[in-house]
Ligand binder design. Structure first.
Ligand code: C5P
Length: 222
């Protein structure tokens, strides 16, 4: 069988990373979470008090950084300038600022190249917002995964509860809706479904069912 590229795009909380991880494991593929790279850059920008609205400053910051993703049994570890930042990049502060950083075109051009190089040999499942449209336009399988805002907020809420993090359902819903809006309305490779992507609505699917769907579609293309 052929080692294909699988691109999964969609809004925050649609289940992309959970499902991609399971599918990658079953296929023996590498899972690549591109959101983690934008999060790592945002963490550095916040720490160094860079002006997040300055395209030049954000682009220069990336040029002077190394961001590496390393597969691990838990999924993937993220290293920023050689330091493991896998948990820091999930903080509320990073989450609420990442879409501002991710809006800059000249910075994105560098990220896209880094991500393309990671996936060029195939045998990968890459998730993000612009994978099917910008990073891997020739991917054999493109999925656009979504669910209602209510359902996505409910999943985040339960996730947080399980991790012992306190959160309010209403503010989670607002944060998700705002991030979707910023990601979809930006000029530089906005979140849109690629023409040749298959829409998967996970609102009424559980994790196993969603992963099965991806595996079925992938197998047909190998
Ligand atoms: O996937 P995750 O929610 O961790 O992504 C965080 C943010 O990074 C997104 O809200 C988006 O602003 C940005 N992002 C992006 N392009 C990607 C992946 C993520 O702009 N390919």
């Amino acid at each position: 069988t052929k080692k294909i590229q699988i691109a999964i795009d969609g809004p925050a909380g649609a289940g992309k990373s959970t499902i991609a991880k399971i599918a990658a494991e079953k296929l023996g593929y590498t899972y690549i979470d591109t959101g983690a790279m934008y999060r790592a850059l945002t963490l550095k920008a916040l720490t160094e008090k860079i002006d997040l609205s300055s395209e030049q400053a954000v682009t220069d910051l990336l040029k002077n950084s190394t961001i590496e993703l390393k597969p691990s049994p838990q999924g993937q570890l993220v290293f920023l300038d050689g330091v493991d930042v896998s948990s820091e990049i999930r903080s509320n502060e990073v989450t609420s600022n990442v879409s501002k950083v991710a809006a800059h075109a000249s910075m994105r051009a560098i990220m896209v190249e880094l991500q393309y190089d990671m996936a060029v040999k195939g045998g990968v499942i890459m998730d993000g917002r612009d994978i099917g449209t910008a990073v891997l336009p020739k991917a054999e399988l493109k999925i656009f995964m979504s669910a209602t805002v209510e359902e996505r907020a409910r999943r985040r809420f339960e996730d947080n509860q399980q991790r012992g993090i306190e959160s309010s359902f209403e503010s989670l819903k607002e944060e998700i809706a705002l991030r979707d809006k910023m990601d979809s309305e930006r000029e530089a490779s906005p979140l849109v479904q690629a023409e040749d992507a298959i829409f998967v609505d996970t609102t009424h699917l559980n994790i196993e069912q969603s992963a099965e769907e991806i595996l079925k579609l992938a197998t047909e293309r190998m």
